[in-house]
Structures are given as C-alpha cells and as structure tokens.
Write a protein of this length. Structure first.
Length: 98
C-alpha cells in the first residue's frame, strides 16, 4: 500500500515519483488517496505513467482508494474507472462529502 498525503505540493514531482516507485513493480498494489481532496496535474501525470507502465508489463490493476468526489471525478474523466481498459481501478463512495 502506498499512501499519498492529502495536500500534495505540485512542485515536488521527483519526490512523488520516488514515493510511487515501488508501485511500478509490485504484484498487487493499493494506492491510498483517501485523504486527498484535490489532485494536481503532477499527481495525475504520475498516475497516468504508472497505469501505462503496469498495463504494458501485464501487471494487475492497482486499486486506488478515493473519498472525495472531486478526486473521483477527475480520475474518472482521465479514464481510471474503465476496468477492462485501465491498470488502475477506483474504489470510492458515491455519496458526496461536505
């Protein structure tokens, strides 16, 4: 399991890549974004690269845990919810948060 903090500084892409590096080879993977209320382009880009890497190597889809509707919607718009086409699956509640 890899947890990404709720507030991510988009100016630290190298640190984010180092944090997610084990995800590139793990057989099974859970990425915990439960605390993230917003996602920057830095995190989205890294997740897209991770998805493509895992997909091309035939690795099992990662499971991303998301709690906030904004994050869920952004990831869904990026195609992470298409289980048959993506190497990352979303697990998140549909109920909205205040």
């Amino acid at each position: 399991m890899i947890s990404v903090p709720g507030a991510w500084d988009s100016y630290r892409p190298d640190e984010l890549h180092r944090q997610l590096e084990p995800a590139y080879t793990a057989k099974e993977l859970l990425i915990n974004l439960a605390g993230a209320r917003h996602v920057t382009d830095t995190l989205l880009t890294e997740l897209l690269e991770l998805r493509n890497h895992r997909e091309h190597r035939g690795l099992e889809a990662a499971l991303i845990v998301v709690n906030w509707p904004f994050v869920r919607n952004l990831l869904e718009l990026s195609g992470f919810d298409r289980l048959s086409e993506s190497s990352i699956r979303l697990r998140c509640p549909r109920a909205s948060h205040s």
